[in-house]
Ligand binder design. Sequence first.
Ligand SMILES: C[S@@+](CC[C@H](N)C(=O)[O-])C[C@H]1O[C@@H](n2cnc3c(N)ncnc32)[C@H](O)[C@@H]1O
Length: 186
Amino acid sequence: MTDPGYFEQLYADSDDPWQLAERHYEQRKYDLTLAALPRVRYGRAFEPGCSIGVLTRLLAGHCDELVATDPVAKALESAQATVDAPHVAFGRGRVPDDWPDGSFDLIVLSELLYYLSAPERLEVRAAAVRSLAPHGHLVLVHWRHPFEVATCTGDQAHAEMRVGDDLVAVVEHVETDFRLDVLAHA
Ligand SMILES: C[S@@+](CC[C@H](N)C(=O)[O-])C[C@H]1O[C@@H](n2cnc3c(N)ncnc32)[C@H](O)[C@@H]1O
């Protein structure tokens, strides 16, 4: 996995290391992510790796309850300031170890899987399958190209999540730079 100190340092150096709140690329990707949700509204949702809460704020409008986690305290402080909503619960945590209990109608893994080791990605897959409600949706969104600290490409990460016949794709969107898949129980 990517060294946890890497993320601590990124947030120490910048309030928004990926310019998630600024870049048109990110905003458009978020718009497409929301548009890809097969349902208007979900019950309970989980967004690990929520960073400063830009996507969290958008997802919050579609969920009755949202659990959003990140390992970096500074990122979570920003996220909490961005998303001041009683139905959103922020917590410090790293997947796969800190996967919350209970089931989720929506799980969103956005720009996260390539920071995990291959065994961790397998564990995340197992946790997602286990905790996804019968009619729930698992959303995957990742940059497709290799980069320095990534353990795999987004294409590889999505392919791993789609191995097996227990999950099926209900949305597939591929662009030059990112891939967006929505999976459901078969
Ligand atoms: C590129 S940002 C993605 C932010 C957000 N998901 C989005 O798409 O806008 C990656 C975030 O994942 C967090 N992260 C890194 N490793 C993680 C892990 N094992 N579990 C949960 N979050 C992690 C980092 O701290 C960082 O905030």
